[in-house]
Design a protein around this ligand. Structure first.
Ligand code: NAD
Ligand code: UGA
Length: 431
């Protein structure tokens, strides 16, 4: 099939490259000329493992190409997939400017019988609105709008895309369903596809992300309690996760959830609840609890330090989680400025985050290795759990620190082992 993917971000590139790799002819389109310039030079503008290999392979076999802006380049496409951003708007709801703009732009060029797939995460009713916008701006009315939300995680995106737990498709027409089965036929089996209405499909995406966010804030608050009463959150997570009705995933405590989706999607669902008079009070607490958690991290660190003297703090990992360069709503954006306001000097190492983070984080000393970031520090703070951090030479690390104090907000080391090695080691929820 011929597919145009609009938006060359995390979702657009992964979807486009994976569809190309499964044999479709894909054109990835973006209105950011820098991104398209890089892609045409065979360079991937984001960090996501495996994307460069897929790009090279599928450009070489002519399944993949790139275009700047939506033009008549989409007229041959049977499918136009919209994967543009839907950031938080002024009131907390989703800002649909990019989606609506795309709808307007594609309306001018689509041929009859084009399927428009909304992959972006959008509130209930957006597919209806996109349909109306296209109708108003298109010379024909033979097109359909299908909801097909994406569930990939950054850092594991290709694997998630080609091995999905489920594919949710909101489509009303039988012919649309057949086309969607055909689109995914070399990626997954039909039994993985859940067909539903467009409105339910749109809501499934928000409800999924909100449910996961809720689990994280729950385990974070349980971790706080563990610290006060001398229990171990790792055992608690294991103990509750072994119940098949609960399951083990998304029960790892951390510095608070971030990223481009959990916070924004939970906020958007709260706003939908307000709009339709169906209050989402649980999610309101989730957002509040998460914001408080991020603010409290610096207090925990400062508590361990002598506030009278000038302290040097080393930070390992600033992106919102490991295996990504994405800084959107990262806990570090709250934690580092808080520490700086309290007079701390900050050195930072992140395996992939420096380029994006240095645009936002001011007055930090960027280091090229974890050992350099640990040099002469009064405290080393771990904010993400890259494999690289788990495999550090801990003696070497300790020898470069002024004071061997580690605050580990991802629980990557064993507390007994760290004490034996001579560290003052603090982690979360482990007594
Ligand atoms: P992103 O911000 O990384 O990329 C969006 C791209 O769209 C940008 O490159 C931008 O230049 C481009 N764009 C915007 N308007 C355009 C237009 N009119 N024409 C051409 N290009 C245009 O976004 P993302 O992280 O890939 O997320 C996209 C959507 O997918 C969001 O709704 C998000 O909630 C959802 N989602 C994201 C993830 C994730 O892990 N990032 C996972 C699942 C779903
Ligand atoms: C999340 C969802 O997992 C994807 O299914 C979804 O498609 C995506 O959002 C989206 O809609 O954008 P992502 O944001 O890439 O994916 O990252 P996650 O791995 O889910 O982590 C989100 C945040 O929760 C991170 O800050 C992470 O550190 C934190 N987290 C995750 C925890 O603190 N504990 C956990 O057990 C899991």
């Amino acid at each position: 099939m011929k597919i145009s993917v609009i938006g060359c971000g995390y979702v657009g590139l992964v979807s486009g490259f994976c569809f190309a790799d499964s044999g479709h002819k894909v054109t990835c389109i973006d209105n950011n000329d820098q991104k398209i310039g890089l892609l045409k030079d065979n360079k991937v503008p984001i960090y996501e493992p495996g994307l460069t290999e897929l790009l090279l392979k599928n450009v070489e076999n002519s399944n993949l190409s790139f275009e700047l802006n939506i033009t008549e380049n989409i007229k041959d496409s049977e499918i136009v997939l919209i994967a543009v951003g839907t950031p938080t708007g002024e009131n907390g709801d989703a800002n649909l400017t990019f989606v609506h703009q795309c709808a307007k732009e594609i309306a001018e060029f689509i041929s009859p019988n084009t399927q428009i797939i909304i992959k972006s995460t959008v509130p209930v009713g957006t597919c209806d609105a996109v349909e109306d916008i296209i109708k108003e701006n298109c010379v024909h009315s033979e097109f359909s709008v299908i909801s097909n939300p994406e569930f990939l995680r950054e850092g594991n995106a290709i694997n998630d895309f080609i091995n999905p737990d489920r594919i949710v498709i909101g489509a009303d027409e039988q012919t649309d369903k057949k086309i969607m089965i055909n689109l995914y036929k070399d990626i997954t089996t039909e039994d993985k596809i859940l067909f539903t209405s467009r409105r339910s499909s749109e809501l499934i995406k928000y409800a999924s992300n909100s449910m996961l966010a809720m689990r994280i804030i729950f385990i974070n608050e349980i971790a706080d309690l563990c610290e006060k009463i001398g229990a171990d959150v790792t055992d608690i997570a294991k103990g509750i996760g072994l119940d098949k009705r609960i399951g083990p995933h998304f029960l790892e405590p951390g510095p608070g959830f971030g990223g481009s989706c959990f916070p924004k999607d939970a906020r958007a669902l709260i706003e939908s609840g307000k709009k339709y008079d169906a209050p989402q009070t649980l999610l309101e607490s989730v957002i509040l609890g998460n914001e408080n958690r991020k603010k409290n991290i610096s207090k925990k660190i400062l508590d361990k330090l002598d506030k009278q003297s000038e302290n040097q703090i080393g930070i390992l990992g600033v992106t919102f989680k490991a295996e990504t360069d994405d800084m959107r709503e990262s806990p570090s954006l709250i934690i580092i400025p808080d520490l700086q306001e309290n007079g701390m000097n900050i050195s930072v190492y992140d395996p992939e985050g420096e380029k994006e983070a240095s645009k936002i984080l001011k007055d930090v000393n960027w280091k090229k290795t974890a050992y350099e970031a640990a040099e002469n520090v009064d405290c080393l703070v771990i904010l993400t759990d890259w494999e690289e951090f788990k495999n550090l030479d801990l003696d070497k690390l300790k020898n470069s620190m002024k004071r061997p104090l580690i605050y580990d907000f991802r629980n990557i080391f064993d507390p007994d082992m760290m004490t034996e090695l001579g560290f003052e080691y603090f982690s979360i929820g482990r007594g």
